[in-house]
Design a binder for this molecule. Structure first.
Ligand SMILES: Nc1ncnc2c1ncn2[C@@H]1O[C@H](COP(=O)(O)OP(=O)(O)O)[C@@H](O)[C@H]1O
Ligand SMILES: [Mg+2]
Length: 365
């Protein structure tokens, strides 16, 4: 394969800005400079595109100082029409070319990155990219619509009600009625967020108001969902090459012991009380079933590239919690860990994501 020029796009306007930076650090470190020319493009919290340093160490995640894309004054400019793939950068010395780009690797989580918006912009520019397109990204981002599609595809989901900020302001009784129907405990979560930001466990009705306020601070639409009791397991999905079938990894388990649930601190700040176990102990039949469901969920939303599908294993069987079309994949994250246990090293996984995207772009699929 000829050397490919890949734009690594990270940071962004969502609350998961720093997680995206941390993943970008991992990917930067894994991309073989013999095979790829990498252009790291950071998106500041304000949405400016800046040329970043190709320095993985800059983006290490730790609780004291979360990595960010700072505005360094440069501006990366996208091609001026769909017939060009040339990127330029404007800095103190003027505007210069960054060369012609083969592929964009948008490692962005949350709104304005994982939700179809950046994918739409890249489609307008005719730039191929890693991961799901506009519709699948938008569906995966919105827990209400993803669950609606899963339900339509006869996939098991937890019962839920969706309330808008207006519903809650004008008729809070709707929320309390939903809680009564769904039972306690319940989970309140923003429809479009991630990393457990804005998610609360509601154990008694008097905790609903606070939970709604926390959820509505992230989005103007929240889900109230029946609390499930069971194990939490996740399966990583990779799209096949053109004409080949979707692949599912072994399952990883999030073992929560000392905490209420798998919250932000546990996910990213190494807070105690949560352990990731991969491969998770499952019977062959359980694994086959969860892999089938993971692939079905990916295909139900029309996913491309990659996804992580999250489940609960309850006393009555598997329930899909959510699909993430751009899962975190710092080297310790569940997505690469699941693939490591299924035969791909971290750099091989990154290569595969790039190869699949290029193959589909060339194939026109
Ligand atoms: N219905 C539920 N029952 C039990 N636990 C839940 C439920 N919904 C969410 N949780 C807990 O909250 C965490 C975050 O919720 P999730 O829906 O996965 O949102 P996010 O997109 O922020 O990851 C889950 O990993 C799980 O620990
Ligand atoms: Mg989750």
């Amino acid at each position: 394969m000829d050397k490919l020029t890949v734009v690594l796009l990270f940071g962004g306007r969502s609350s998961e800005h720093s997680i995206s930076c941390a993943t970008a650090g991992g990917v930067l470190a894994a991309l073989d400079p013999e095979r790829y020319t990498v252009i790291p493009v950071g998106i500041t919290r304000d949405g400016a595109y800046v040329l970043e340093d190709n320095d993985p160490a800059k983006f290490v995640l730790n609780a004291q100082a979360l990595p960010v894309v700072a505005d360094n004054g440069t501006r990366v400019r996208w091609p001026q029409s769909a017939s060009s793939r040339e990127l330029t950068v404007i800095d103190t010395s003027g505007e210069r070319s960054l060369g012609s780009v083969d592929l964009i690797f948008p490692i962005l989580h949350g709104p304005f990155g994982e939700d179809g918006t950046i994918q739409g912009m890249l489609d307008l520019l005719d730039l191929p990219y890693v991961g799901s397109g506009v519709l699948a990204s938008a569906l995966g981002m919105d827990k209400h619509f993803a669950k609606t599609v899963f339900q339509q595809a006869a996939l098991p989901v937890a019962p839920w009600r969706t309330l808008t900020a207006d519903d809650w302001a004008q008729a809070p009784g709707m929320g309390y009625a939903a809680l009564e129907q769904l039972g306690l405990p319940a989970f309140v979560k923003p429809a479009r967020a991630g990393s457990s930001v804005g998610v609360s466990r509601v154990g008694t009705p008097d905790q609903l108001a606070e939970a709604m306020a926390v959820g509505l601070a992230e989005d103007n639409k929240v889900l109230i969902e029946s609390g499930l009791v069971g194990r939490e397991l996740e399966v990583a999905v990779l799209q096949g090459r053109p004409g080949e079938s979707t692949r599912a990894s072994v399952a990883g388990e999030v073992v929560v012991t000392g905490r209420d649930f798998y919250d932000f601190a546990a996910k990213y700040l190494d807070a105690p009380g949560v352990e990731l176990v991969c491969p998770a102990p499952l019977s062959a039949a359980e694994l086959t079933e969860v892999q089938r469901l993971a692939i079905a969920a990916f295909e139900a939303i029309g996913g491309a590239g990659l996804a992580r599908v999250d489940f609960f294993l309850t006393a009555t069987g598997w329930v899909i919690n959510e699909i993430n079309t751009m899962p975190g994949f710092t080297s310790i994250s569940m997505f690469p860990t699941c693939w490591l246990a299924s035969g791909y090293t971290y750099p091989e996984l990154i290569d595969e994501l790039i190869s699949v995207a290029i193959a589909h772009a060339r194939h026109g699929s």
